[in-house]
Design a protein around this ligand. Structure first.
Ligand code: KIV
Ligand code: NA
Length: 263
């Protein structure tokens, strides 16, 4: 695989070719996922749940994410490395810039943040300084306590309209990528068609430009209730790299997500 950059993702969007994304938190798994052809790796704050055992992403610190970013950056090969800003990095523009700077110095190539239209100002300041941004909309796990649980977002027309508008505003502010989590497939499609930038989905239906899953879900090592959009690719694979390859191929051929993974 050739080195994946933002331009690669834009070209995928123009060509109508889906791309695969997967979380990775250390050198070995980042290497294995890169070798399997996964185009984007995410050092997600989901590490608070799958690595640290918390029941939300809120306890994860900037230092935790920087540590895992340095690890993943050493292992990955051609994949693009996206990294999450932690909970409360957005308390001020200054903090946002400092935290994003720390992630970039640790090896991030694209910084992801959660937030609605009000994050436009922060996104403008980041992109102005050369930090490309992915804006995460829909179900935003850092606001789980305000949302009242991990629930599908944008089910009614008014909510759906707001998500489309927020995405437009954030792209106008400079966001290079949008990530949509847990929304009806129809909304995933509408946002993808409305925007010129690549849209990555998780539980957002089959029509987004990219798909992402948490590595532990792909390998079937998540305990407790797994969400509807998850698929264990280990059941038919002989190795971890094989499972990653099957996930990648399923995304590229649009075999994943199937209707049973969608809302
Ligand atoms: O932290 C994470 O893994 C994420 C993905 C689920 C999109 O934000
Ligand atoms: Na996250």
């Amino acid at each position: 695989m050739k080195t994946v950059t933002l331009s690669t993702l834009q070209a995928f969007k123009r060509a109508g070719e889906p791309f695969s994304c997967l979380t990775a938190y250390d050198a070995s798994f980042a290497h294995t996922a890169s070798q399997a052809g996964i185009e984007v790796l995410l050092v997600g704050d989901s590490l608070g749940m799958v690595l640290q055992g918390h029941n939300s992403t809120l306890p994860v610190t900037l230092d935790d994410i920087c540590y895992h970013t340095r690890c993943a950056a050493r292992g990955k090969t051609a994949s693009l490395l996206m990294v999450d800003l932690p909970f409360m990095s957005n308390t001020s523009t200054e903090r946002l810039l400092n935290d994003a700077g720390a992630l970039m110095r640790a090896g991030a190539e694209l910084v992801k943040l959660e937030g609605e239209a009000w994050m436009a100002e922060g996104i403008r300041e980041l992109t102005r300084r050369g930090v490309p941004v992915c804006a995460h909309l829909g179900l935003t796990p850092q606001t789980v306590y305000q949302l009242g649980g991990y629930k599908v977002q944008g089910r009614d027309a008014e909510q759906a309209e707001r998500i489309i508008n927020d995405a437009r505003i954030l792209v106008e502010a400079g966001a290079s990528v949008i990530l949509l989590e847990c929304v009806p497939a129809s909304l995933g499609k509408a946002v993808t068609q409305a925007l010129d930038v690549p849209v990555i989905g998780i539980g957002a239906g089959p029509d987004t430009d990219g798909q992402i899953l948490v590595m532990h879900d792909v390998l079937g090592v998540t305990h407790g209730r797994t969400p509807r959009f998850v698929k264990n690719f280990m059941t038919e694979a002989a190795s971890i790299q094989g499972a990653f390859t099957q996930y990648h191929d399923a995304v590229k051929t649009r075999a994943f997500p199937a209707p049973e993974h969608c809302f």
